[in-house]
Design a protein around this ligand. Structure first.
Ligand code: ATP
Ligand code: MG
Ligand code: FE
Length: 338
């Protein structure tokens, strides 16, 4: 059973081919990072244009690398939200065209169900139920995954997503875009105890997050040091910011797994590529008898293999879309619960 996945929600144009839902034959990712770097962030209109220019070539390359033709494809999965509307529409138009032309079933996929599914690819033996920690550019959520298509959102961010906080703090530090990987790298040379940024845990027992305060905290710290004429150690600031954010995330994720009696914790989303997060969770999971799962970095950030995998399980669960499938730029995570 051959699934083709298409992802175009942000600044990666990606097409993948998967065998039996988990075996990656190809996962071609065309990143626009270089294009948007000069602007310090993703410019939606430019992203759409580049998706349009790239998608056919990326699809052809994915089919070639997999050594298959479109006629052999049994299912097409495509990200239908959330994301940039113009960007999503390019992937959708392409998916619908192939589905219509070749009479192949089509499944619209929630981008975050894709991120979680990246773990099924990395770990062929992994099966729900488990607890998932979703940490990406637009999301920070703790999700109880009851089944392949059964989710319960326990908590989420009330303001900025964690990846967004990394990117904004990186910009303030003048590290450029995308900031997450750069903070990760710089923090390795810094002292995480140097600056006591506030850890925001919110109400007791809450699985919600808030990261907008720490962004302001970093800005205020930099300004006050500048005013006092003191030189700032960038690596210390990066390490302290990262530690403050990760202390909260790790604590809440492990608490959720323990409270809900889950012995598996699954990491998902771009920030899951963070080396310190992996390290901290590894230690805490070991101490608490929890098995930790985290995809390889290339499967953490946006890619079509994870979308194909999610589509496969939706299809097996009896779900199919039709050609009226649309883009849902603000598709909420709670849509997964329905
Ligand atoms: P969403 O998935 O919520 O729609 P997105 O698709 O833009 O958002 P992803 O591609 O999942 O987000 O992840 C990108 C985010 O991950 C960026 O904010 C980036 O800075 C962050 N990121 C990537 N690598 C690392 C890292 N090593 N450390 C911290 N953050 C990282
Ligand atoms: Mg991206
Ligand atoms: Fe993503």
């Amino acid at each position: 059973f051959l699934t083709m996945g298409i992802e175009s929600s942000c600044d990666e144009t990606s097409v993948a081919l998967l065998l039996e839902g988990r075996q990656v034959l190809s996962n071609v990712i065309s990143s626009q990072i270089k294009v948007h770097q000069v602007f310090g962030g993703v410019v939606p209109e430019i992203a759409s244009r580049h998706h349009l220019e790239n998608i056919n070539q990326v699809t052809e390359e994915a089919l070639n690398q997999a050594g298959v033709t479109l006629d052999q494809v049994d299912l097409i999965g495509v990200t239908c939200g959330p994301g940039l509307v113009g960007a999503l529409l390019i992937g959708l138009a392409s998916a619908k065209a192939y589905a219509f032309a070749k009479d192949i079933p089509l499944v619209g996929v929630h981008h975050i169900q894709g991120h979680i599914s990246a773990n099924y690819i990395e770990y062929p033996e992994l099966e729900p139920p488990f607890m998932a920690l979703v940490v990406s550019g637009g999301h920070t959520n703790i999700v109880e995954v009851r089944d392949y298509n059964g989710f319960q959102v326990l908590g989420g961010t009330r303001d900025d997503a964690v990846g967004e906080a990394f990117d904004k703090v990186a910009r303030v530090l003048g590290l450029g875009y995308p900031g997450g990987p750069r903070i990760d790298k710089l923090a390795r040379e810094g002292n995480p105890q140097a600056v006591p940024f506030k850890r925001v845990f919110l109400e007791k027992d809450s699985y919600d997050f808030s990261f907008s305060g720490i962004k302001t905290g970093v800005l205020n710290y930099l300004n006050s040091e500048k005013q006092a004429g003191r030189e700032v150690n960038q690596a210390d600031v990066a390490a302290s910011f990262q530690q403050a954010v990760l202390d909260v995330i790790v604590k809440k994720a492990v608490t959720a797994a323990k409270t809900m009696k889950k012995d598996k914790l699954v990491l998902a989303g771009g920030v899951a590529a963070n080396s310190k997060l992996r390290e901290m969770l590894e230690e805490q999971c070991r101490k608490n008898g929890i098995q930790l799962y985290r995809p390889a970095p290339v499967l953490c950030t946006d890619n079509a293999a994870m979308i194909a995998c999610a589509a496969y399980y939706k299809y097996k669960g009896g779900f199919v879309s039709d050609l009226t499938l649309d883009a849902y730029p603000n598709l909420p995570l709670t849509a997964l619960q329905e």
